[in-house]
Ligand binder design. Structure first.
Ligand code: SF4
Length: 388
C-alpha cells in the first residue's frame, strides 16, 4: 500500500429480486426493466467519487442485495470495471457476490470467475423444501445443491451459505438437519441468522406465523447448540452469526465490525467514511433521476433532516464498542486506549463486573468479549452498558 492510500471496502447494493420473500425487509424491486439504467447510474456514481477513491486502496468489494446474481453478467462487469478504473484495487482483494440458488449457471459462474469474483455467498436459508416454500423462497434444496456443485466445478473455493433459524414451526431437530446438510456440503463459511420479524412484511402481519415462531427458550437452545455443532465441525464462530474455516472469515464484513471505512453505491446502501455515516434512500426511481445531486438521493434523518451524520468522539466510542462486541475477538483494551485515550476497564467497571459475574462477558488476553450466552442477548447488554 502506498503511503497516502487508505484501505477501503466497497459495497454495491443490487436491488432486484424475482419476487419479494414473505419475511424480507431488504430493499429490492421486481422491475427488471430498470437494470440497465441502474447499472449506468451506479457506474456514473462510482466515477463521480473519483476524488475520494483515488486515495484509497480497495481491499474488498461486495455485491449484495436484493439478488446480485440476477444482474446480467455484462452489467456486473461494467460496475466492476468502473471500480477498477476509478480506484486502486488490491491484487488480492476479496470480491463477493451474493447469489440465490437457482440463478447460478455454469455460464454465469464461469464469467464471474473470469471477471475476478472470488467469493460467493449463497442464500440457502433452509435445506427443507417445506420451510423454503413457507419462506416463499424461489428455490428448492436440489437447486441449491446444483448451484453449489456448479460453483465448485467453476473453481470457487470460498463460498458462504446462509441459513436462518427459529423459522415458524421449526424444531431443533429440523434445524439440525439443515445445519448438518450444509456442513456435509463443506462450504468455507456459514452464516446463521435468527429470523427477524419485520412488522411491515407479510410475516410480520400474519398472526398464525407469529404464533408458530419458537419461543425464547427454544431459540436459546437452538442457537447455543447450533453454534456448538458448527464449531465441533470446524467452523470457528468469529462473530455472533458467522462461522468460518481457518482464515475464511468474510473480510468485507469484518471491515464493518472492526469499524473500518466502506463506501457504498445503489439505493438503500449505507456508508461510513471519514467518521461520517450516510445512507441512500430506499427508492430506485429517486436514485436514477437525481444521481447528480448527492444530497437528494440520501435518506434524510427523520428528526434533523440531515443527509449525513458526522460522529463526535462519544458516538465514535459507542460505535467502536457496539461493533467490536459482535466479534469473538471482542474489545482490545489497548486499541481502545490508543483510540480514545481512556481506560475501557475503568469506564465500564461496574457493568463489566455485573456481566462477568453472570458469565455473559469474559476477559480475554487483550481485553473483553461476550460469551455465546452474551452474544445471544447482545442488544440488551449493549444498551445497558452504553446506556441508550
Ligand atoms: S431474495 Fe433475498 S433480498 Fe430478495 S426478497 Fe428474498 S430474502 Fe429479500
Amino acid at each position: 500500500m502506498q503511503k497516502n492510500q487508505k484501505p477501503l471496502g466497497i459495497y454495491v447494493h443490487v436491488p432486484f429480486c424475482v419476487h419479494k420473500c414473505a419475511y424480507c425487509d431488504f430493499y429490492s424491486v421486481t422491475d427488471m426493466e430498470l437494470m440497465r439504467e441502474y447499472t449506468s447510474a451506479v457506474v456514473a456514481h462510482i466515477r463521480s467519487k473519483k476524488k475520494f477513491l483515488k486515495n484509497a486502496l480497495v481491499e474488498t468489494i461486495y455485491f449484495g442485495g436484493g439478488t446480485p446474481s440476477l444482474l446480467p453478467v455484462a452489467q456486473l462487469e461494467r460496475i466492476l470495471n468502473a471500480i477498477y478504473s476509478t480506484a486502486a484495487v488490491a491484487p488480492n482483494a476479496e470480491i463477493t457476490l451474493e447469489a440465490n440458488p437457482g440463478t447460478l449457471t455454469s455460464k454465469n459462474l464461469s464469467a464471474y470467475k473470469k471477471m475476478g469474483i472470488n467469493r460467493l455467498s449463497i442464500g440457502l436459508q433452509s435445506a427443507d423444501d417445506e420451510e423454503l416454500s413457507a419462506l416463499s423462497r424461489i428455490h428448492t434444496r436440489a437447486e441449491f445443491e446444483n448451484s453449489f456443485m456448479l460453483a465448485r466445478m467453476e473453481g470457487f473455493d470460498n463460498i458462504n451459505v446462509d441459513l436462518i433459524y427459529a423459522l415458524p414451526k421449526q424444531t431443533k431437530a429440523k434445524l439440525f438437519s439443515n445445519i448438518d446438510y450444509v456442513i456435509s456440503m463443506n462450504p468455507e463459511h456459514i452464516s446463521l441468522y435468527g429470523l427477524t420479524i419485520e412488522p411491515e412484511t407479510p410475516f410480520g402481519k400474519n398472526k398464525e406465523i407469529l404464533s408458530a415462531i419458537p419461543d425464547e427458550d427454544e431459540q436459546y437452545e437452538m442457537y447455543m447448540s447450533a453454534c456448538k455443532r458448527l464449531e465441533e465441525c470446524g467452523y470457528f464462530q468469529y462473530e455472533i452469526s458467522n462461522f468460518a474455516k481457518k482464515d475464511c472469515g468474510c473480510k468485507h464484513n469484518l471491515k464493518y465490525w472492526m469499524n473500518k471505512e466502506y463506501i457504498s453505491f445503489g439505493p438503500a446502501a449505507a456508508s461510513f467514511v471519514e467518521n461520517t455515516e450516510y445512507t441512500y434512500a430506499r427508492d430506485i426511481e429517486l436514485y436514477l433521476s437525481n444521481l447528480k445531486n448527492e444530497k437528494a438521493i440520501r435518506q434524510p434523518d427523520e428528526e434533523t433532516g440531515e443527509t449525513e451524520h458526522v460522529l463526535d468522539e462519544e458516538e465514535l466510542e459507542t460505535r467502536f464498542v457496539m461493533l467490536h462486541f459482535r466479534l469473538r475477538a471482542g474489545i482490545n483494551t489497548g486499541e481502545y486506549q490508543q483510540k480514545f485515550g481512556l481506560s475501557f476497564e475503568k469506564i465500564y467497571e461496574d457493568k463489566l463486573e455485573k456481566y462477568m459475574k453472570d458469565k455473559f462477558i469474559v476477559r480475554t488476553e487483550h481485553g473483553f468479549r461476550l460469551t455465546r450466552r452474551g452474544m445471544l442477548i447482545s442488544n440488551t447488554i449493549l444498551s445497558d452498558i452504553l446506556e441508550f
